[in-house]
Design a protein around this ligand. Structure first.
Ligand SMILES: [Zn+2]
Length: 59
């Protein structure tokens, strides 16, 4: 049986913050732990993109 591993992060996907809140520390990237984000609004949806790895979440 395959062991259940930590969910891999898909950088091409936009994660929904409600479903995938910051796991470790709020305001830090799950993937690289960076606190530098780029914000944009698209179609009324607030996007937060990590400047280091590009992980995107809609907030
Ligand atoms: Zn990151």
């Amino acid at each position: 049986m395959e062991e259940k591993q930590q969910q891999e992060i898909d950088l091409t996907k936009v994660y929904d913050y409600a479903e995938y809140p910051d796991k470790k520390v709020s305001g830090r990237c799950d993937n690289c732990n960076s606190s530098y984000f780029k914000s944009s609004v698209k179609g009324g949806i607030f996007l937060r993109e990590c400047r280091e790895c590009g992980l995107k979440k809609s907030i």
